[in-house]
Design a protein around this ligand. Structure first.
Ligand SMILES: CC(C)(COP(=O)(O)OP(=O)(O)OC[C@H]1O[C@@H](n2cnc3c(N)ncnc32)[C@H](O)[C@@H]1OP(=O)(O)O)[C@@H](O)C(=O)NCCC(=O)NCCS
Length: 143
């Protein structure tokens, strides 16, 4: 199977949003982010994926959003110190209180700085009220 991230597709039937991929986050990697092999620690990328998921979820409604699950993460290639990491997101499914989001992570590295697909993930974010109770994300803004 190719390491190339697949273009997200709306899944299932019902009120699914078009899976338009957008840049959610752009980060620079530093020596502080490395593991003992000198490559970037996977947890750093997971944290960025979680943040990108929030940025994408917020496009569906101005609410508190929490991560309910990270269904899948594939680390295709390592990330190196000095890489600039781009996180692209697409909402692949909209439910009532939750959205499912695809995150594609690409590293720009010297000398070419052409993007290298490094990680892809799928996660579900849930809109909640101030008490943490799930709410329909199509309701008026709560934050
Ligand atoms: C996520 C959370 C709000 C779900 O609460 P819940 O009462 O179980 O949710 P409900 O059963 O009412 O379901 C609400 C929606 O969330 C979805 N959902 C709930 N748990 C889910 C899970 N584990 N994975 C995917 N979707 C989930 C449901 O499918 C439903 O979606 P829909 O309305 O679009 O059909 C609750 O489990 C929670 O607060 N978890 C902690 C979240 C958090 O702190 N994340 C950061 C971790 S540090």
């Amino acid at each position: 199977m190719s390491n190339q991230p697949r273009t997200p597709q709306p899944s299932g039937s019902g009120d699914n949003a078009p899976a338009e991929r957008r840049l959610a986050l752009r980060i620079m990697t530093r020596p502080l982010d490395t593991n003992h092999y000198g490559t970037i620690f996977g947890g750093v990328i997971l944290s960025a994926i979680d943040q990108a998921g929030f940025v994408e979820a917020r496009r569906s409604g101005s609410h508190r959003w929490v991560t309910a699950s990270i269904e899948r993460v594939d680390f295709h290639a390592p990330v190196f110190v000095g890489d600039v990491v781009n996180l692209y997101t697409a909402t692949i499914k909209q439910g009532t209180k939750s959205v499912t989001i695809r995150v594609d992570v690409e590293s720009e590295r010297s000398p070419s700085q052409s993007p290298v697909p490094v990680t892809s993930a799928t996660l579900t974010m849930v809109a909640v009220d101030s008490r943490g109770t799930p709410i329909p994300f199509r309701s008026p803004a709560t934050v």
